[in-house]
Design a protein around this ligand. Structure first.
Ligand SMILES: [Ca+2]
Length: 478
């Protein structure tokens, strides 16, 4: 059987890196990573890109080390075919700065890179290299060497990430590529806006996003101990309603940005809503609300292309499987498990184990400082992104529990609810043969036929209690 082909759309922080290591550890006959499309996220775009380069650098060192000590090198899928790494925008579609472009009447999709010279992918790469070359820190020197190498394990793309996504979807058989979306969905929304029909050639999009059943009620926990934890960096964009402080810190470490929204969806709610709308029989019914006509422009003047609707006659609906916090946060790697597993690897001087240990230890320390009720070995890291990746590698396992075709919608305009998933919990029947005058937004027609999204949602996994172990075994060998 041909390998599964995937695109990883990511904002590489700790659990993204673990997810990518899991993918890279697959066999080439099982999985081929075509593209890593990088987006901004909890950290800024340039640091996200630096993390990807650093990941490849450490994988390369690990392969050389394993060969030198007579172990099997692993990472065969990377050695067989190099992924492309492409850079996306550095801020959300929903960000106020971009809205300002709309109000100045620019065409945002085409103007996106040209009107912001520092955001061109080539310049982001160059700036990353320049900073690395100038720095005296040894790890920066490694980044510079890795970027200057022709024989590295990845190819640098000078194209915007969303165009690379579309190119791959054009060049491959329809329904042969899965996109794993483990960051804010800006790249995907840009690709869908540029060419929806090509975008619909994707087989499936598997998304880490949202919080559905367990209202993320931050009020259940005591905040007093969080006073000392105000050193968590602010994201580089201003979409955060929650003022800096203990509540924000707590939400941040839970991958949540407000009491009702998970980070990826909140960070670009407009992008998420636009991509999810493509699962609807009538996409216009769940598109984000269009901003008012700018001052000085004629009423009814066409909005920039990025904000325009999809055609009414799309050839198919998008298949999306959602991995919300409800399921991902049940998959935890504890510090005790991690240290016990890594100890022999560290004793043998595995370079990858040393690197992963460094950032995992820092993460466990941060979690511990925010949660005084747990300490030492019991401190855990939730494996949101790795679980989402695991599904792409193992989706024919019958033990995954997936609810199909749910009408889940993303709030894009709420003062307190932006990024929240909204679903009708009234158990009312959908009126499939009723009316055709449905409108987007909160109207009485929300249950008429064809309105709303159709998302699949994961509610159970084959490996809840053992996933942390499974991940480590895959990456480091048993
Ligand atoms: Ca992520």
């Amino acid at each position: 059987m041909a390998p599964r082909k995937i695109i990883i759309d990511t904002d590489p922080g700790v659990d993204d890196i673990l997810a990518m290591l899991l993918a890279f550890s697959a066999l080439p006959e099982d999985l081929q990573v075509l593209l890593i499309s990088v987006t901004y996220g909890n950290i800024d775009l340039e640091n996200c890109l630096r993390n990807v380069v650093s990941l490849f650098h450490h994988v390369e060192k690990e392969i050389a080390w394993r060969e030198s000590v007579g172990r099997s090198s692993g990472f065969e899928t990377l050695q067989k075919s190099k992924p492309v790494v492409a850079v996306g925008p550095d801020r959300p579609l929903a960000d106020d700065t971009l809205m300002a472009d709309f109000f100045r009447g620019q065409d945002r999709l085409r103007g996106f890179y040209s009107s912001h010279p520092h955001r061109k992918p080539a310049e982001t790469w160059q700036r990353l290299l320049k900073v690395a070359e100038k720095s005296s820190a040894p790890e920066q020197g490694e980044i510079a060497r890795q970027m200057n190498k022709t024989a590295s394990l990845f190819t640098q793309s000078q194209k915007p990430a969303h165009l690379e996504i579309l190119k791959l979807l054009r060049d491959n058989e329809p329904n042969s590529i899965t996109i794993v979306a483990i960051g804010p969905m800006t790249n995907l929304a840009l690709a869908a806006a540029e060419d929806a029909e090509t975008f619909l050639k994707v087989k499936e999009i598997v998304v880490m996003g949202g919080h559905i059943d367990q209202a993320s009620n931050a009020g259940y926990q005591s905040f007093s101990h969080l006073q000392q934890a105000s050193n968590i960096d602010e994201p580089p964009f201003r979409l955060i309603k929650q003022a800096p402080g203990p509540i924000r810190d707590l939400l941040n470490i839970r991958n949540q940005m407000t009491p009702v929204a998970e980070f990826n969806t909140f960070a670009d709610s407009v992008a998420a809503a636009r991509v999810y709308a493509l699962t609807s029989p009538k996409p216009h019914t769940t598109m984000p609300v269009v901003p008012p006509t700018p001052l000085g422009q004629k009423e009814g003047a066409p909005p920039p292309s990025i904000l325009s609707s999809y055609s009414d006659n799309l050839s198919k609906r998008l298949t999306i499987t959602l991995f919300p916090l409800d399921i991902t946060e049940k998959h935890v790697l504890t510090r005790g498990e991690f240290e016990a597993f890594l100890q022999p690897q560290l004793a043998a001087k595995s370079p990858l184990a040393e690197w992963v240990s460094a950032f995992m230890n820092a993460t466990f320390e941060k979690v511990e400082s925010l949660h005084p009720e747990v300490s030492r070995d019991a401190v855990g890291l939730q494996l949101h992104d790795p679980l989402t990746m695991w599904y792409c590698m193992d989706d024919d396992n019958p033990k995954w529990k997936i609810i199909e075709g749910e009408d889940l919608r993303v709030e894009t305009a709420g003062q307190w609810t932006r990024g929240m998933f909204v679903t009708d919990r009234g158990n009312r029947k959908r009126k499939d043969n009723y009316g055709s005058s449905e409108a987007s937004g909160d109207t009485n027609s929300s249950l008429t036929g064809g309105t709303g999204n159709r998302l699949n949602r994961c509610v159970g996994s084959p490996a809840q209690d053992i996933f942390g172990q499974l991940l480590l075994k895959r990456v480091f060998g048993s």
